[in-house]
Design a protein around this ligand. Structure first.
Ligand code: C2E
Ligand code: MG
Ligand code: MG
Ligand code: MG
Length: 290
């Protein structure tokens, strides 16, 4: 925490850094009231199977519209919450509301959906995490089998043995597990075989320039092949073009998520999109590589 302990204490900061830290303190303060002021909401981004063309899942993404600051990206406020102790209540809010939403969708016939929720590394390391997550989803009336927990490589980094144990427990309880932003972390490949991971989410940084980068093409190919050899599925994040989709399809990447198929949607929009799409679902042709 930044504390002013004298009038010269900002001497080493450039003016914009001073503003940054003042803003970050004010943001911090606003975030404390975000739940009670109903400023948080969830959006859901569809995940589509390349073989069947069906929507098989959705990723839950948190949104915060602050009365004071407007729309703030989770890439900004999640790290903030991890530093100011709010990550616990915020994560609980997300899981609880995601599970309730899934229950509501199930009641209108959307039953085959795997709902993914992002888990912060800090949250994952809390004592009693496994029991806590089970309770939260069970209370909402859904089964762990219908929820995927997205973990980052950072989860495994600090204490691979403890992480591996917790993942086994989550998996035994019925949760699906995925590694988010796969390929951007620093952990070795060998840890994967010891972990109870169901799918790898290929980071969007490898997808962005896929069409013009032979290196990215090689990396994506290698990730898909490795995952399949280890019995895991793959999903590509940040797919924005037909060409990217065609390449991924030709490499037998299992699923995609990105603006090309759909942006993150409100719960109401998702339900509509799901129903409309499911009526017209056609498999994608798998032969068009570039
Ligand atoms: P992430 O989990 O890797 O989520 C994917 C991000 O990519 C999302 O950004 C999504 O809106 C964005 N995205 C999806 N399709 C495309 C595309 O085609 N092109 C591009 N350029 N971007 C795309 P968002 O929603 O801003 O979230 C950013 C990050 O914040 C997430 O990255 C995740 O790490 C974190 N986050 C979001 N919600 C939660 C949450 O409930 N809990 C935790 N712990 N973290 C969250
Ligand atoms: Mg994610
Ligand atoms: Mg990701
Ligand atoms: Mg990301």
């Amino acid at each position: 925490r930044v504390k002013q302990d004298g009038r010269n204490s900002f001497r080493f900061f450039a003016p914009d850094m001073q503003e940054d830290s003042a803003r970050s303190l004010a943001l911090d303060n606003a975030l404390k009231h975000a739940i009670s002021r109903h400023e948080l909401r969830l959006v859901f981004q569809p995940q589509v199977c390349l073989q069947t063309g069906r929507i098989v899942g959705a990723e839950t993404l948190l949104r915060w519209t602050s009365a004071q600051f407007g729309e703030i990206s989770p890439a900004v406020f999640i790290p903030l919450a991890e530093n100011n102790g709010l990550i616990g209540p915020i994560s609980d809010w997300v899981l609880e509301h995601a599970a309730r939403q899934l229950k509501q969708w199930q009641s209108v016939g959307i039953t085959e959906l795997l709902l993914a929720v992002n888990i912060s590394a800090l949250q994952f390391a809390q004592p009693g995490f496994v029991q806590h997550v089970i309770e939260l989803v069970t209370k909402a009336g859904v089964k762990p089998q219908q929820i995927e927990l997205e973990l980052t490589e950072a989860v495994a980094l600090k204490n691979p043995q403890a992480a591996s144990l917790i993942m086994k427990e989550l998996s035994a309880a019925g949760f699906s597990l995925s590694i988010d932003d796969f390929g951007t972390g620093y952990s070795s490949m060998s840890y994967l075989k010891g972990f109870a991971v169901d799918r790898l989410k290929i980071d969007q940084s490898f997808i962005r320039e896929l069409q013009v980068s032979p290196n990215d093409q090689a990396i994506v190919k290698a990730i898909v092949q490795m995952a399949h050899s280890l019995g895991m599925r793959t999903i590509a994040e940040g797919v924005e073009t037909q060409q990217q989709q065609d390449f991924l399809s030709a490499q037998y990447c299992d699923e995609i998520q990105g603006y090309f198929f759909s942006k993150p949607l409100s719960a109401e929009q998702f339900e509509l999109f799901f129903n409309t799409h499911t009526k017209q679902a056609k498999p994608y042709p798998t032969s068009k590589a570039f």
